[in-house]
Design a protein around this ligand. Structure first.
Ligand code: PBG
Ligand code: ZN
Length: 332
């Protein structure tokens, strides 16, 4: 550096490591890789159907035939992992039985994807009742109360249906107590012992899920999810949830949302040896897209900065709606 006067500085000059792009690259502590990405997909009944989601530009609901093409393209871009969310057409009931009856939507999608791509694709399915219940809650509802243990049976059945169809991982997102253990036991009894569990261990009752609920038609008809999802004010409780899920047999732990909870991601990373995933949720995505569309920010730079922050905090895997576009446009 020109103008460095030994009389003025200490021997330590951090700027020596920032002098050129090549040098900065060589000392960078965080690297984004396409292998870290898990691309979310919304699955529709029928064929040839593609529906735009107004609040989430670039993300669509798709029938299975279209999903096959989309994921084929994702694989060619280097996105090897996908998570499926069902958007069922049929009548809903109190317990979400349509998610696990013979010929249920997501298991059918899983079977088709696995038949087409086999082990080239690492396939996760979200496990929850909210998209399949008439009341839109993630568990069984009784007189305004979400019943915990009666919900476990229905979640387990849904997990078995997806696992039996060929899912590599099931990802329970309901936040009922004991669901990881119940699902693990159910899978093992069904001779599905090699199917893993990505637990949404630390899932906060967040306003950032708004666009997703529009996408999946899964908003609660009445009330909110605060009696089962975590209170955003709580940090220590995240470690308690993780310890329980680990004991119950989780293979990977997730923190959700990601950007407003980087402290929690770092805590979880420091307290487990399991892989840690973070969900860069719909509201986080929509805010970036809306700000970019309004010309307020540089979309590429902000997207990369957000993903880097999530990885730097300690996430090994990132569920993000930005994945495909970031790869397509060569951002990573
Ligand atoms: C279902 C589920 C939700 C999300 C993932 N799984 C919504 C919710 O809990 O209401 C949110 C994902 C996102 O916002 O992108 N329980
Ligand atoms: Zn739910």
């Amino acid at each position: 550096m020109k103008g460095n006067d030994p009389r003025h500085g200490s021997a330590q000059r951090p700027r020596r490591l920032r002098r050129s792009p090549r040098l900065r690259e060589s000392v960078a502590e965080t690297h984004l890789r396409r292998e870290m990405l898990i691309q979310p997909h919304f699955v529709l009944e029928g064929t040839g159907r593609v529906e735009a989601i107004a609040s989430m530009p670039g993300i669509e609901r798709q029938s299975i035939d279209r999903l096959l093409r989309t994921i084929e393209k994702d694989l060619s871009l280097g996105i090897r992992s996908a998570i499926l969310f069902g958007v069922p057409a049929g009548p809903k009931d109190g317990v979400g039985a349509s998610s696990y009856h013979a010929d249920a939507l997501v298991p059918r999608a899983v079977a088709a994807l696995k038949a087409a791509f086999g082990q080239d694709l690492v396939l996760y399915t979200d496990i929850c009742l909210c998209a399949y219940t008439d009341h839109g809650h993630c568990g069984v509802l009784d007189g305004g109360e979400i019943l915990n243990d009666p919900s476990l049976e229905h979640l387990s059945r849904q997990a078995i249906a997806c696992a039996a169809a060929g899912a590599d991982f099931v990802a329970p997102s309901d936040m009922m107590d004991g669901r990881v253990g119940a699902i693990r036991t159910a899978l093992d009894r069904a001779d599905l012992g090699s199917v893993g569990i990505l637990a949404y261990s630390v899932k906060y009752a967040s306003a950032y899920y708004g666009p997703f609920r529009e996408a999946a038609h899964s908003a609660p008809a009445a009330g909110d999810r605060k009696s089962y999802q975590m209170d955003p004010r709580n940090r220590r409780e995240a470690l308690r949830e993780c310890a329980l899920d680990e004991e119950e047999g989780a293979d990977m732990l997730m923190v959700k949302p990601a950007l407003a909870y980087l402290d929690v991601i770092a805590d979880v990373r420091a307290n487990t040896t399991l892989p840690v995933a973070a969900y860069n949720v719909s509201g986080e995505y929509s805010m970036v897209k809306a700000a970019a569309a309004a010309g307020l920010i540089d979309e590429r730079l902000v997207t990369l900065e957000n993903m880097t922050a999530i990885a730097r905090a300690g996430a090994d895997l990132i569920l993000t709606y930005h994945g495909r576009e970031a790869c397509e446009r060569g951002w990573l």
